[in-house]
Structure formats: C-alpha cells, structure tokens
Design a protein around this ligand. Structure first.
Ligand SMILES: NC(=O)c1ccc[n+]([C@@H]2O[C@H](COP(=O)([O-])OP(=O)(O)OC[C@H]3O[C@@H](n4cnc5c(N)ncnc54)[C@H](OP(=O)(O)O)[C@@H]3O)[C@@H](O)[C@H]2O)c1
Length: 333
C-alpha cells in the first residue's frame, strides 16, 4: 500500500517548511521523500476543518495513511486574550474532527502540533514533556492552550480504546519564510523584521517593545520540518516530544533585534521602549528527550540545528524579497 501523507495547515509557516524540506532533501534520505510517497498540503480552502462534513470529504478525497496535523487558529497575545472562546472552540472542533476521521478512516499515524503555550503558568523550569497537565495555563491564552492540551488527552484515549498511533509535537517559538509578518498580530521575530523594514522604508525610528532583555528559544521552521519528518518515520509513542533547540541556545530579544537591524541594513534611530511589558524573563524548554530519541538510530548522524544567525538572515532576506510578492504582511498603513 502506498503512503499518502496529509499535512493539514499546509499553507502556513510550518506547513510550507515541511513542503520545502520534503521537496529539497535528497530522495530516500532521512528527511527526503520516499519512493511511492505522496504528500498533500491542504489549507482551509480545501475544507474547513471546523466542519465535520468538510473534514470527512477531505479525508475521502486524499485517503491519507498518515497525517501531520498543523491546522489551527493561531494568533498573538492580543487576539488570544480577546477571543478566548473562539480559540477554545475553533481549535477543539478542528482537532476533534481531524482525530475522529483519522480514526474512522484508518489512518496509520497522526502527529498533531501543540505549543509550549500549553504548559502551566506556574511551573518549574526547564519545561519538559511530563509537566503539561501540572496546573492551569497562563490566563492570556487559556482558550488556545486548553484546546491544544486536549489533543494529548485525546491521543491517550484513542490509544487506550482503539490502539491508535496518535502523538503530538511541542515546538517552541518558530520562525522562517511564509510566517505571518502582520505588524499588529504576529510573533516577535516576524513582527520585528517587518517593523524594522518599514522603519527603513519610511525613515522613522525602529522601536522595540520592552527592554530587549528577555531570553527565548527559537526554532527555524526548516529544522522543525525535519523533526516532524523524523517523528513521522521514527517515533511511535503517544507521549509528546518537545521539538526545540537546547536551553543553552536561548537568545535575547536585543540580540534578535540587533541582527535584524544589520541584515535589513537599517541605519536610523534604534531604541527599546521599556514602558512596554517584557513578558516572562525566560521560559526554557528541555530538548533532552528529543536528542535521546534521535540518537537511538545509530545509522544516522547527530541532528544539527541551523545556526540561529544564519536562519534569521535567511528569513529576513526571504521577507525583503517577497514583500511585494505574497508575503503575509497584513494591513500596512
Ligand atoms: N508559529 C509558531 O511560533 C508556533 C509555535 C508553536 C506551535 N505552533 C503550532 O504550529 C502549527 C502551525 O502553525 P503556523 O505558525 O504554521 O500557523 P499559520 O502560519 O497561521 O498557518 C495556519 C494554517 O492552518 C490552516 N487553518 C486555519 N484554520 C483552519 C480551518 N478552520 N480549516 C482548515 N485549515 C485551517 C491555515 O489555512 P489558511 O491558510 O487557508 O488559512 C494555515 O494553513 C499550529 O498548530 C500552531 O499552533 C506554532
């Protein structure tokens, strides 16, 4: 039987990265396409996954044997705070439909995408896979986080009741080509890239919110894509895996902004607005489990993450080249 991998959310940051990797890695290599394998990258125009009828149609159309489930209502802090019920309900419906039809249509394996936002607000660091349900998530993303947590609960229930091979991945902050670069509602890296680019265009100051001191772990979308492909091929357990660079790879927001300023070639006034909130100083996640699992395959070399500076430079250049060619820049005044 041939393999059909359905990637839901295939038009997003992570979906586009998986498409790039599967089409550019050497065929039959660890992360490359295998003979006879078909990859389908679906977006919402192929079917609204909130709707069971449309979800079933999508599964009937492609008959997937494997699913990488990325589709989600995703948003920045403001949107998450304002639309808690919508984030909870939309993501719950999407996840329930995808897992239900994966089960009823006999999909062999599903990897769903969680996020480090699912972890409790009050938790000991570093985060690891055992701490997901140890307390309530931060109230700002209560809807999104609880919907995502339920995927882990459902994965265990599907395994116990029906023996399904469903699992989940927990990426830290992702960045790369095809990100959402909206000025109002984006994650920190794409937001800063767009802001700095606009400041250069308009000859205005580049103001970074907060002190620039907080530390974060960022994963390049192409590295994350390789790790999803690894999970699809080499990981068969229900327990989630944190997909992240190591804790020692944390970078400050200031060093991110410095690098963006340099790559964009911005020479105007560059400042930090310390009247704006910094958020948590750091929230490191451990990638020990990931590295241990990957190293069990003695036939393969140790996984190498793309150096952060190289990945950031690549992303900035992609944004500049695609600014007028379909990059998701949102509404620009
Ligand atoms: N970005 C991050 O830093 C980050 C970090 C941790 C985890 N994650 C997780 O990674 C996954 C992918 O995130 P991303 O950043 O790639 O998201 P994204 O760029 O916003 O893309 C979202 C994708 O989901 C699809 N989608 C949304 N609602 C849908 C619906 N009702 N029916 C069908 N498809 C729908 C979108 O299709 P359209 O293009 O047609 O709207 C798009 O393909 C998500 O599960 C997210 O929670 C992301």
């Amino acid at each position: 039987m041939s393999t059909v991998v359905l990637v839901t959310g295939g038009s997003g940051l992570v979906g586009k990265a998986i498409e790039h990797v599967i089409n550019t890695e050497p065929e039959s290599s660890r992360f490359g396409k295998r003979p006879g394998e078909k990859w389908v990258f679906a977006n919402s125009t192929e079917g609204d996954l909130k709707d069971p009828v449309q979800t079933e149609k999508l599964f009937e159309k492609y008959k997937p044997t494997h699913v990488i489930h990325l589709a989600a209502l995703v948003g920045g802090l403001f949107k998450n705070m304002k639309y808690k019920l919508t984030f909870l309900r939309d993501n719950t419906l999407i996840n329930d439909n995808v897992l239900h039809f994966s089960h009823t249509k006999n999909v062999q394996k599903v990897i769903s995408c969680l996020s480090t936002c699912v972890f409790p607000d009050k938790v000991t660091y570093p985060l690891d896979e055992t701490k997901i349900h140890d307390g309530p998530p931060h109230e700002s993303n209560f809807g999104y986080a609880n919907a995502k947590r339920m995927v882990d609960v459902m994965n265990h229930a599907y395994k116990e009741e029906f023996g399904c091979n469903f699992t989940s991945a927990i990426p830290t902050n992702v960045f790369g080509p095809h990100d959402n670069f909206d000025l109002e509602d984006s994650h920190v890296i794409p937001g800063l890239i767009h802001k700095c680019y606009r400041a250069k265009q308009n000859n205005t100051p580049f103001a970074v919110s907060g002190t620039g001191k907080p530390l974060r772990q960022f994963i390049f979308s192409y590295d994350l894509a390789r790790l999803f492909i690894w999970m699809l091929r080499e990981y068969d357990d229900v327990e989630p895996v944190i997909l992240s660079v190591g804790e020692e790879e944390e970078v400050s927001i200031k060093s991110v902004a410095d690098k963006i300023v340099k790559t964009v070639g911005f020479q105007g006034e560059y400042k930090f607005d310390s009247t704006k909130a910094d958020g948590q100083f750091r929230k490191p996640a451990s990638n020990k489990r990931l590295l241990t699992l990957m190293s069990q395959n003695k036939n393969e070399q140790q996984f190498k993450f793309t150096p952060f500076d190289e990945a950031l430079e690549y992303t900035v250049k992609w944004f500049v080249e695609n600014y007028n060619k379909g990059a998701r820049i949102g509404k620009v005044a």
